[in-house]
Write a protein that binds this ligand. Structure first.
Ligand SMILES: Cc1cc2nc3c(=O)[nH]c(=O)nc-3n(C[C@H](O)[C@H](O)[C@H](O)COP(=O)(O)O)c2cc1C
Ligand code: SF4
Ligand code: SF4
Length: 374
């Protein structure tokens, strides 16, 4: 098996129909992160967003004025399509899954770029930039104050059949979870979230409001912080300012080792320990007063339906076993980080390794997510 297939077995991540080798990547920095920057670090990352690139007259004028102001670097060119074609071509032979971070002020600008460049890259809408000149041009944070305009641009790109990411900072829109849900409904594929210092509770709220792939960003420079993000709903993490080889290589090695040991590299914490709704895969039968009951009420799944959903999802799979466990099936059993003799015995009897157990719980959580977010 080649190493990309190994990577798929290990992490199970696809973006734009391509295998992502590792859930560590590079976030854009205007004037700095281009194909050359990414290729220098390609051995330690799975994905990268180059840019941001201004792609229409208002945003290109803003980029020029920012660069002329002297305190910001910007990518400047006469023709954004030509420039992006050159950058994309440089990445052609790389395993790094490529995205382009874009500043544009109208759905048509995104649409015509997608027509010109095609679907080999992820299109990331920059709803993040807070430079006044960009916001005045109708992009960056402008979109967070005008979510309808943002959703219109997502829809325009989706009509061209491309994969869409939205990059934004939390705490700017009126309601981040509502924004996430609206972006999902508009067709977005990826949320690339700068969490600032909001912490993992905000990330969990967003995870609980949509089934999209989530990239967590901001100061994720240690494995502890990376794990914190992965346990609260992130699928991947990105780095910008500290995207040096040493930091990226450290995170890549640590998460690879962790995945090989544990099986489910971004398993949530249990619900009662602050986990997101993917943690329903580890929840008991609803028989006591605990965070499960309000969670089911919030997502609108009646108790009986939850029971049937989990039992139905494991029927015919190895998680069907477990007559000696608390609730008669491994479907209700806890995360493997909670030691339990009964679960251990059941797994041993049926020749299921702890790693395989976590892989099966991941499958169960995916089924649950698709039921919660039909
Ligand atoms: C110099 C610089 C330029 C940036 N340019 C962009 C940009 O063009 N588009 C964008 O979405 N984010 C941009 N960002 C934000 C970063 O992608 C990232 O969200 C932020 O720096 C926080 O992540 P970090 O702590 O890993 O740096 C920029 C950040 C810096 C420092
Ligand atoms: S059902 Fe069990 S695992 Fe889930 S929140 Fe309640 S006590 Fe915790
Ligand atoms: S048998 Fe063990 S792992 Fe399963 S639900 Fe009971 S305590 Fe949790």
């Amino acid at each position: 098996m080649n190493y990309m297939m190994h990577a798929f077995e290990r992490f199970g991540i696809l973006i734009n129909d391509r295998i992502v080798r590792t859930p560590v990547g590079i976030a854009s920095m205007a004037g700095i992160v281009d194909a050359a920057y990414v290729l220098e670090r390609a051995g330690n990352i799975g994905f990268a967003f180059i840019g941001g690139y201004a792609i229409d007259a208002p945003t290109m004028a803003s980029a020029k004025s920012l660069a002329a102001g002297g305190d910001r670097k910007e990518f400047l060119y006469e023709d954004p399509v030509e420039e992006l074609k050159v950058q994309i071509a440089r990445m052609e032979k790389s395993d790094v899954v490529l995205g382009i971070n874009l500043r544009a002020s109208s759905p048509d600008s995104f649409r015509s770029l997608a027509k010109a460049l095609g679907d080999t890259v992820v299109y990331e809408i920059d709803a993040h930039c807070r430079q006044p000149a960009m916001v005045a041009a109708g992009c960056g944070e402008y979109y967070l104050r005008h979510p309808d305009a943002l959703c219109a641009s997502v829809r325009a790109l989706k009509e061209e059949g491309v994969t869409v990411s939205v990059k934004f900072r939390v705490g700017v829109a009126d309601d981040d979870p509502a924004l996430a849900a609206a972006l999902w409904k508009a067709g977005a594929d990826i949320l690339h979230i700068d969490l600032m210092d909001a912490g993992s509770a905000r990330l969990r709220q967003i995870r609980n409001s949509c089934p999209l792939l989530i990239i967590a960003n901001n100061s994720i420079t240690s494995f502890d912080r990376m794990k914190e993000m992965l346990q609260h709903g992130a699928d991947l993490v990105s780095l910008a300012r500290q995207s040096d080889e040493r930091t990226l290589a450290g995170l890549d090695a640590a998460i690879t080792r962790f995945a090989d040991e544990e099986g489910w590299y971004n398993a949530p914490k249990q619900l009662c320990r602050g986990g997101d709704i993917r943690a329903l895969a580890f929840c008991c039968m609803p028989v006591k007063e605990c965070p499960l009951i309000p969670t089911l009420a919030r997502i609108g799944i009646p108790r009986e339906e939850y029971i049937q959903m989990k039992l139905g999802a494991v029927r015919g799979t190895p998680l069907d076993h477990g007559s000696q466990t608390c609730f008669g099936s491994l479907a209700w059993c806890c995360k493997n980080s909670t030691p339990c003799m009964f679960r251990a015995l059941t797994l041993k009897q049926h020749n299921i390794s702890p790693k395989e157990y976590m892989r099966l719980k991941r499958e169960l959580s995916e089924t649950i997510m698709s039921r919660v977010f039909p």
